[in-house]
Design a binder for this molecule. Structure first.
Ligand SMILES: NC(=O)c1ccc[n+]([C@@H]2O[C@H](COP(=O)([O-])OP(=O)(O)OC[C@H]3O[C@@H](n4cnc5c(N)ncnc54)[C@H](OP(=O)(O)O)[C@@H]3O)[C@@H](O)[C@H]2O)c1
Length: 254
């Protein structure tokens, strides 16, 4: 059995990704917050919702998906049932040292998923406490595997990885919207423009993932001398596209 504390944006996305990709909803217990959100999601997906952290006693892995302001209250309650469990916190401020300090001997991990976990195509960075054993890591990987990729990184890289993989879906959404606007400006209807832009983003990402070439070589392949694509790439550079993306990450990291 696995437990979740909080089923908001990221908790709900991970739970949805798990259940929609074959994880048994009967194996999930969720302790919800003050709103009806967890109950509504539970009705849709078929997992059990409980009112108290203590009711997660029979789980062996617990994911914490509350915001920073609720974290310490949750940890205090969790401390009573934590023995023998693996704790994975998604909360941004839940550093390994903070979790250890409050939870004592429990094996803890800090993870930053991104929203594509919801469709099983997520990218989650994770840092484990030093007492996590290989079998413990395998257990977490076997759960998170339903939601996409899980990559272990040192904790000092978790923040930037979270920005590159976690803030960027919004950046890509802005790019897709802008590309669709350009298509409409040049005569496509809105639906077709969105379909084309989204289809391209999925296809180009799949190609970049599967190809042996790096993305710069893939770009070179489609830019024929004096052609339309290289003119478009030059315009992107002229208007600071690359710099805008780097500045967006800088801003998110501040
Ligand atoms: N959103 C992302 O893409 C993302 C990605 C990685 C990490 N994170 C981190 O994850 C944390 C949560 O972010 P979020 O975007 O999911 O926030 P959110 O949508 O506000 O969700 C937080 C949830 O926690 C619930 N909650 C609050 N106190 C609780 C308690 N005592 N017991 C059980 N549930 C409780 C709230 O339930 P009620 O509303 O019902 O009270 C709410 O549904 C943040 O620290 C964020 O930095 C977010």
């Amino acid at each position: 059995m696995i437990g979740f504390i909080g089923a908001g944006s990221i908790g709900g996305a991970v739970i949805t990704g798990l259940v929609k990709n074959g994880f048994n909803a009967d194996e999930i217990i969720v302790k919800g917050g003050h709103s009806n959100h967890a109950n509504l999601l539970g009705e849709q997906l078929g997992f059990q919702v409980v009112k108290k952290v203590k009711q997660l006693e029979d789980t062996d892995v617990i994911f914490i998906a509350v915001g920073a302001n609720a974290l310490d209250g949750v940890l205090k309650e969790l401390k009573e049932i934590v023995a023998g469990k693996l704790i994975v916190a998604f909360t941004g401020s839940a550093t390994i040292s903070h979790l250890k300090q409050v939870l004592g001997d429990a094996k803890v991990a800090h993870a930053i998923p991104n929203t594509p976990v919801k469709v099983g195509a997520g990218f989650t960075g994770i840092t484990y406490s030093s007492d996590f054993e290989d079998a413990d890591k395998k257990k977490i990987a076997s759960i998170m595997g339903y939601t996409g990729q899980l990559v272990e990184v040192p904790e000092n890289q978790l923040g930037i990885l979270g920005t590159v993989a976690g803030c960027s879906p919004a950046f890509l959404d802005v790019f897709i919207e802008a590309l669709s606007d350009a298509g409409v400006k040049h005569g496509l209807n809105r639906k077709l423009a969105y379909d084309a832009a989204i289809g391209m983003a999925i296809g180009a990402s799949k190609l970049a993932k599967q190809s042996e070439l790096n993305v710069s070589a893939l770009k070179d392949e489609v830019t024929s001398p004096g052609g339309s694509t290289i003119r478009g790439v030059a315009a992107l550079e002229e208007y600071g596209f690359r710099n805008a993306v780097i500045k967006a990450v800088d801003a998110a990291e501040e």
